[in-house]
Design a protein around this ligand. Structure first.
Ligand code: GLN
Length: 536
């Protein structure tokens, strides 16, 4: 019988619900349970795929091709197991399902209403994962308690608690305990109000997780317990941590995992050791060297837009005992050639980020040229690989008007062009080449050696691809096509013969890097950056 843990947030957004949920899941996994996490987002977009990264940060893609919230990235990085379409659901998706059913006549003439039809669909989506192999499902509700748009979700959670009972469901409320420096005090009142909101929706939290900048003493714990009607040992301190990867350790020392198991009537199957996790933390905190890598993108104002790339560098840095300083470089700032040397000369490696549209492309292409000519380790991801192909065509093959048709639709030399099946696509949502596809590697290439195997699977999110018409000329002049899709011969990885480390990938390796399985290409790239730094 699957057990359910509901996580809500109060007082403000950005308290780190995703990290707390992922940390709890990690601990429960360590106790020997099969755990999955899902996120419900109360916005009306059917998924975040059409959202501008400035709005919502990175769009995380799963193996089965779902475009999802970036919290799913944390779930995978912590749990080291893949998520799917079922792990992220929005209000838009819920309503779309209900409206489609109504149009199909499935409600048999009934009036379709928020209660019970929308709440039933929410409950169906929550329990969908439970019907599979999991012992525990953690359901994180996006937004803050008190938001109008959260109400149907809270009602669904209330109903599920009634239907499944106290032993099989628990409710965790993540809240903020602000510190008023003028008064020199931590304040519990916002939490009291937030819990009142929850109670109004019929939900009594079992556990309070309290975000705080300062330790909460026994007095605060007792006060919260009294006013919020929870046991004192269920008031859990979540103090600010220097790294998100410290949070599982902090939650374990506060016994969040133990309280959850007690409430659910579950007995731990094994001792929590977190061996690999602790080795990773030790490497992370005791680096032997530094490298500085430029992340060339156009959404740099919001680091969340490249969340998985930053995290992949954390994992790969630890694997190399190296602190990776990632410097965000705005591609538009590189369009002035004078700026190129000034900005890029001190870097040990250059990564060109994924992206869409024309803005900032010229700067990215100039940055590729700089890395290629000066033999600086280079990693191009998706659009970054496409820019590397265009740069090679223009400056090595001397095809001056070479371009991607995404940027110049009428170019005579479309070295990057739209994928055939994309030509008939009209709708923007969920229509890219999405999710995991196989790729066959040249075993003696940089990538082949980094992965150490012939066949890999990586996740995609794009509409354009390398134009195979140009394959032969590229290869003749020193480009190595080291990875192709075995079914359709699509170019998936490019490398350069006369360069210490130059790799462009059409897929998104950053999405599959986890604490326990740092991504081989990121690990190898960081290694190449270390070597480059030693040699200059
Ligand atoms: N805009 C490019 C495409 O659609 C690259 C996409 C990406 O970087 N994810 O093919």
């Amino acid at each position: 019988m699957t057990k359910y843990v509901f996580v809500t947030g109060g007082v403000t957004s950005s308290l780190g619900k995703g990290i707390v949920s992922a940390s709890l899941a990690k601990l429960l996994q360590e106790h020997g349970f099969k755990v999955s996490i899902q996120k419900f987002d109360p916005y009306i977009n059917v998924d975040p795929g059409t959202l501008n990264p400035y709005e919502h940060g990175e769009c995380y893609v799963t193996d089965d091709g779902a475009e999802t919230d970036l919290d799913l990235g944390h779930y995978e990085r912590f749990l080291n197991s893949p998520t799917s379409q079922a792990n992220n659901v929005t209000t838009g998706r819920i309503y779309q399902t209900v409206i489609n059913k109504e149009r199909a006549g499935d409600y048999l003439g009934k009036t379709v209403q928020v209660i019970p039809h929308i709440t039933d669909e929410i409950k169906r989506r929550i329990t969908l994962l439970g019907d599979t192999e999991y012992d525990i499902i953690i359901t994180e509700l996006g937004g803050t308690v008190g938001d109008i748009e959260s109400l149907p979700y809270l009602e669904a959670l209330r109903q599920l608690r009634m239907e499944l009972g106290d032993r099989d469901t628990i409710s965790i409320h993540l809240t903020l305990i602000p510190y008023l420096s003028a008064a020199g005090e931590l304040k519990t009142k916002p939490t009291q109000h937030s819990v009142k909101e929850l109670l109004q929706a019929g939900i009594q939290p079992d556990i309070l997780v309290c975000r705080t900048e300062n330790p909460i003493g026994e007095d605060i714990r007792a006060k919260l317990a009294l006013f919020c009607n929870v046991k004192k040992n269920c008031v859990i301190e979540a103090i600010d941590a220097s790294s998100i990867y410290d949070v599982p350790i902090l939650m374990h020392s506060e016994k969040l995992d133990v309280r959850v198991l007690q409430k659910l009537g579950l007995r731990s199957k094994k001792k929590v050791e977190l061996k690999k996790w602790k080795v990773f933390l030790d490497h992370l905190k005791n680096p032997k060297r530094n490298v500085t890598i430029g992340l060339i993108g156009k959404y740099n104002e919001l680091p969340d837009a490249y969340k998985s790339i930053y995290e992949a560098f954390v994992h790969a840095g630890a694997a190399n005992l190296t602190k990776v300083n990632v410097v965000a470089v705005h591609s538009e700032d590189l369009e002035d050639r004078k700026m190129i040397h000034q900005t890029l000369s001190g870097l040990d490696g250059i990564l060109i980020a994924p992206g869409f549209g024309e803005r900032g492309i010229q700067g990215k292409i100039l940055a590729v040229q700089y890395a290629r000519e000066r033999k600086i380790p280079f990693f191009g991801i998706c659009l970054g690989m496409q820019c590397a192909s265009v740069e090679f065509a223009r400056n090595v093959l001397k095809i001056k008007d070479a371009a991607s048709t995404e940027v110049r639709p009428n170019t005579k030399n479309p070295v990057i062009h739209m994928m055939a099946e994309q030509l008939r696509v009209k709708n923007k949502g969920g229509t890219m080449r999405l999710g995991a596809y196989p790729c066959a590697l040249k075993v003696d290439s940089l990538s082949g050696k980094a992965y150490g195997k012939k066949y890999i699977s990586e996740r995609h999110r794009h509409r354009f691809e390398f134009n195979n018409k140009y394959l032969k000329v590229f290869e003749k002049k020193g480009m190595i096509i080291s990875g192709v899709n075995p079914d359709r011969s699509l170019v998936e990885i490019i490398e350069l013969r006369d360069h210490p480390w130059f790799v462009g990938v059409q897929f998104h390796p950053e999405l599959k890097s986890t604490v326990e399985r740092p991504h081989p290409l990121f690990v190898d790239f960081v290694k190449a950056c270390v070597v480059h730094r030693q040699n200059v």
